[in-house]
Design a protein around this ligand. Structure first.
Ligand code: FMN
Length: 389
């Protein structure tokens, strides 16, 4: 079910705001008027977007997500110092390379010092990112130890200085946004600091804040607290809040929007190896039934395309290494998950990839919806918990 390159809401039969319904839902649902998401002057559209995912949300993944209905996507987090010293080297130039079909796309920054942050933000603006997102959520020990990411939730003054400097540096027409966890831990002090940063950031002019309903201490263990998102949205009124945490199916995305009243949701682990989640969310929002999972031939077509995009970005060898971990995630949509998952582990190049596709995706059979438990366990002890957020 590859969607047209330009996935406008009308292409996808989406009904929202005052737009005319392309295909009226037979039975109106609570979602038939999902508001169009905007961030400052940037129009996003359908409020289910692709989250920032370190090690995953590179150009190829973002393009694949956009072609499958994501209205916006975020690049993997980049360190301010990395950006400042970045030379146009082959190995790293892809970080700042954007293609026309990706827009609107957000660039995300992480760092310790307010001045460095502003310099890093300038690089993202020069590269053409449409939104600059500040990371106050990463729970990785090494990152916290260097006073970056989630560490800033413990020091509102520095955090707000970072926001102000970044906002001052970035041209007014480019929105600055923030990504936060709901606190460092469950203490009352941590909660107060969260709200101090939230309010201060909006006062400093940010266009929206994404809240992941887990604490930094919690990393990926236990659920994301959606009730906290409800509370945050009530607190800020009409200001933009996006939610994160435990969005593994299209229904989860709509349920988070419905339950919490927030303005948008950012799909993270649930989109790795399952870009169809975006089109599925659009279908549900338009009152249509959940589409069948993609058949093996539809999956094969996308797996070929994703590899081609990765190869164009990294060259064959690096693409093969990277695509192994994507393949393992894509395997969750295959009826023989265990076998196919194992097969991806030995891919060394394009020929291996194509052989695997011929062997396991050669016969066109129905696919399966991924088991949400598989996503949940990833991030909780598989090494992904060590990823940034
Ligand atoms: C592998 C991995 C990498 C991540 N990288 C980033 C990142 O670079 N920036 C960020 O803001 N969040 C990052 N996150 C956090 C996700 O965006 C999201 O907030 C989190 O996974 C919770 O959503 P989920 O439970 O639906 O996966 C990452 C998460 C994972 C699992």
């Amino acid at each position: 079910m590859t969607l047209p390159t330009s996935t406008s809401d009308s292409d996808l039969g989406l009904v929202h705001g005052s737009a005319t319904a392309v295909e009226a839902p037979a039975t109106p649902t609570p979602f038939d008027r999902l508001p169009h998401l905007t961030l400052g002057k940037v129009s996003i559209g359908f409020p289910v977007v692709q989250a920032a995912l370190s090690g995953y949300s590179d150009g190829p993944m973002r393009i694949v997500a956009r072609r499958h209905g994501a209205s916006y996507s975020l690049c993997e987090v980049m360190l301010d110092q990395f950006l400042i010293t970045l030379k146009d080297r082959k190995r790293t130039s892809h970080f700042l390379h954007l293609t026309d079909e990706e827009h609107p796309v957000g660039g995300q920054l992480m760092g310790a010092e307010p001045e460095q942050f502003a310099l890093g933000a300038r690089k993202l603006v020069e590269a053409g990112f449409d939104v600059i997102d500040i990371n106050f959520g990463c729970p990785v020990r090494k990152v916290l130890g260097r006073c970056r990411g989630g560490f800033h939730l413990s020091q509102p003054k520095v955090a707000l200085e970072i926001v102000r400097r970044t906002r001052d540096t970035v041209p007014a027409e480019i929105p600055v946004t923030v990504k936060m966890r709901r606190g460092i831990d469950d203490s009352a002090e941590s909660r107060d600091k969260f709200f101090e940063i939230l309010d201060g950031a909006f006062d400093a002019g940010v266009a929206g804040i994404t809240v992941h309903g887990r604490t930094v201490e919690q990393r990926y263990v236990g659920p994301s607290r959606w009730e906290f998102l409800t509370e945050v949205k009530r607190h800020v009124g009409s200001k933009r809040i996006l939610g994160s945490g435990d969005l593994f199916t299209a229904a989860d995305c709509l349920e988070m929007l419905r339950r919490t009243g927030i303005d948008g949701v950012t799909v993270a682990r649930g989109a790795i190896g399952n870009p169809w989640i975006f089109a599925q969310a659009r279908a549900l929002a338009a009152g249509r039934p959940l589409p069948e999972p993609p058949t093996l031939h539809v999956q094969r077509e996308l797996l070929r395309e994703h590899f081609r995009l990765a190869e164009g970005t990294y060259g064959e060898r690096r693409a093969a290494v990277l695509m192994r971990k994507f393949g393992i995630k894509y395997a969750a949509l295959h009826p023989e998950y265990e076998t196919v998952r194992a097969a991806y582990g030995s891919v060394l190049g394009r020929d291996d990839w194509n052989r695997l596709l011929d062997l396991h995706y050669g016969e066109d059979r129905p696919g399966v919806h991924p088991d949400p438990h598989r996503h949940r366990s990833a991030g909780e002890g598989s090494g992904e918990g060590e990823s940034c957020d």
